[in-house]
Design a protein around this ligand. Structure first.
Ligand SMILES: [Zn+2]
Length: 398
């Protein structure tokens, strides 16, 4: 599980951007404290990854006098909501408490009764949420109900992290189309492999478990053919119990994907090939369970915009891109990404190591806003949101 011993970036930004130290008043301290408790709720929410669909991931903590008295997350579609689990966990302690939830509490009868009624009944004094829930049955009515019942509600703390947490759900509800998330693991000296062709575990097992949770919330996971050849990755969610693994997508302009690969009998992999790749090979892969889409090639391989449009055309609504450097650079250059997770391990590969393409990290191209910094059992996870995605989401969430 993610250990959020670090303050949230927005809290830190608020503190460090204040010109006069004496202006670090109670409001700013409260904001930093809210950020920390909301981080706890966000970490909890991730534990439901892969099991809550079509519901979003939600976590909640109940806090009184600076102590967490209750915590919970939405485990599975149809089961109790995070707020209710956290409040029940707190018991009588919920009276007069502050409730931190990663999404606006629901105000409608679904498979469970409205959470807002339970929150009022438990005597909660204040509710802190990062964003509204764009579901047409909620969309501000949860906040309105709470305020009408005398509960103070603060909206906006930890916004970027909350947008990343439910990127696919939110983009879909906001009619912003499918989503693309980039993920990369690097050493402190910015290397993605110890030498060309090497297959390395860069991060520890807890960080890898986080990657498997990321996979679990995406419909598809994409890699380039070089990574496929070098790593022969499974691209599954084996470190998370009881969730479905995403559909593998391989950018393979010459269609060298091996017939007889285990993915063909089960996960219906998508192979993105160039227009002049052999037709016979396509027939062979299709007959054994693969799906081949054809795209134009540009100087760096597959035309990424066309390729990803074809993948989405198959009904896959979210893709996690796991590299390698060339594929990563193509998405960044095209501006075709919403979220970015950088796993940084406290190790060095030195001069023989393979560097992340410098092109991929051109500042003007990246257009990234820092969303979160987390310590995951010794590895650091930096999460970013594309500024354009953030803007268009917040415009529609207002
Ligand atoms: Zn609810």
């Amino acid at each position: 599980m993610v250990d959020s011993s670090l303050n949230s970036p927005d809290s830190l930004r608020r503190i460090f951007e204040s010109e006069d130290p004496s202006s670090r008043n109670a409001d700013i301290d409260d904001f930093a404290v809210d950020g920390c408790f909301l981080d706890r709720a966000l970490d909890l929410a991730w534990l439901g990854a892969g099991s809550t669909h079509p519901n979003p991931l939600v976590g909640a903590v109940v806090v009184k006098d600076g102590r967490v008295l209750g915590a919970g997350y939405h485990k599975r579609f149809g089961e109790a909501h995070a707020e209710v689990i956290a409040l029940d966990h707190a018991g009588h302690g919920a009276e007069g408490s502050t409730l931190y939830v990663t999404l606006e509490p629901c105000s409608h009868h679904g498979s469970t009764p409205p959470c807002v009624e339970h929150i009022v009944k438990c005597g909660v004094k204040r509710v802190v949420i990062p964003i509204l829930d764009p579901d047409e049955r909620v969309n501000g009515s949860g906040v309105q109900y709470l305020r009408d019942n005398g509960i103070a509600v603060d909206v906006g703390v930890g916004q970027e992290r909350a947008l990343l947490l439910n990127m696919k759900y939110l983009k879909k509800k906001l009619n912003l189309g499918p989503s693309v998330t980039l993920k990369m693991a690097v050493t402190l000296d910015g290397r993605i492999a110890s030498h060309p062709g090497a297959r390395d575990d860069i991060t520890g097992v807890e960080a890898r478990r986080m990657v498997h949770r990321l996979r679990a919330v995406h419909d598809a996971v994409a890699i380039g053919v070089n990574t496929f050849d070098i790593d022969s990755p499974k691209l599954d969610c084996r470190l998370v119990d009881d969730v479905e693994s995403p559909v593998p997508v391989v950018f393979d302009s010459r269609l060298s994907f091996p017939g007889g690969h285990p993915w063909l009998s089960g996960r219906a992999p998508v192979i993105v090939a160039g227009r002049d790749a052999p037709v016979e090979k396509e027939k062979e892969l299709t007959a054994s369970g693969g799906r081949v889409v054809r795209c134009s090639l540009d100087e760096s391989g597959v035309d990424i915009a066309g390729a990803i449009a074809s993948v989405f055309g198959l009904g896959l609504e979210s893709v996690l891109v796991e590299g390698g450097a060339k594929v990563f650079a193509s998405f960044v250059r095209a501006g075709l990404w919403d979220g970015l997770y950088m796993f940084v391990s406290p190790s060095l590969f030195g001069a023989r190591g393979v560097a992340v393409s410098s092109e991929a990290f051109d500042k003007n191209h990246l257009n990234a806003e820092l969303a979160g910094v987390a310590d995951v059992s010794g590895d650091v996870v930096l999460s970013f949101i594309n500024k354009n995605t953030r803007r268009s989401m917040l415009e529609r969430l207002a």
